[in-house]
Design a protein around this ligand. Sequence first.
Ligand SMILES: *Cc1c(COP(=O)(O)O)cnc(C)c1O
Length: 365
Amino acid sequence: MSVVARTLLGPGPTNPYPEATAALAQPLLGHLDPAFLTMLDETCDRLRAVYRTDNSRTLPLSATGSAGMEAAFVNTVGPGDVVVVGVNGLFGLRMCDVASRCGAEVVRVDASWGQPLDVEAVLTAHPSPKLIAAVHAETSTGIRNDVAAIAAGKGDALFLADCVTSLAGIELAVDEWGIDLAYSGTQKCIGVAPGLAPFTISERAWARRIERPQSWYLDLGMLGGYVGETAGGGGRTYHHTAPTAMVASLHAGLGRILEEGLEAVIARHAAVGKSLQDGLQSMGLELFAALGHRLPELTTVRVPDGVDSVAVRAKLLHHYNIEIGAGAGEFAATVWRIGLMGHNARPDIVTVILGALGEILDNRA
Ligand SMILES: *Cc1c(COP(=O)(O)O)cnc(C)c1O
């Protein structure tokens, strides 16, 4: 049976819309080819559409989602700057690590894994932080954090949202909510191979950026010309060689999403996530993420007592061609993570995974 292509269900691996995969197989364009430059400009326009922003500085950085995180911090945070970070999973922890490497004074506001961040606690953690940061969709726990509420209460601080697993999966409105900096990855709900970090920065954050960041490659001040916008209004400047195949793939994947309609794509993720979560509970399984804060695109479920988590995942992979993730951190053996992102956010995939998991769990009883 080849309905479900292998490695398409887990939260980490590639999860391509067919259009994005087909684009990778096209003849390569040179990085200075006018056809490529047009495609790059259109890709930036499409990113503005999915981020729901007018930010002129919206572009795919040439590296994975974590480079988006690093670019956000290294361009806005210097030694001694106070940064408040909400932490309720692996990616909040990573933000603390990156901010501290920039020399920031990190004020960490923890919530239990599987629970949402306490918005008030984040907003009152420090009287005058330079930056507040939070993860919108915590892929490690399946929790949606209320970044709109944090952005609304940011005051004079800049607000940074990790949108790696939220962009094109759940509602996100960068301008309307007041998010100053956001980054994403291509391999989550955008459904393209990993390798680019869609990035956006507001005028407000741009005005407060570090003049000479401790990174050459991720210095956004040098990237303007790369995406066709230069201070003097001149042409493009060479910064680095664009990964043309990846940009072509992202261009096609975003085209697919906008053709279906962003609202429709988000509604599709919501519907299949709910039906997976309902189905798992009907089987007697217990969901891990707190009710009311569950992500549709990444479901966390507790491994039943006495069940070997690794053996079940191996059976899913080898007998059914389905990959799901282990839990993160201390929940590695006690939680499973099931991704329904991009192309995989479909009702037939829900049927297949519920059927396979049910068969495996029944057979051991
Ligand atoms: C996957 C992920 C990242 C890291 O992205 P990479 O592409 O693996 O570097 C960061 N934040 C969140 C929330 C993620 O899910």
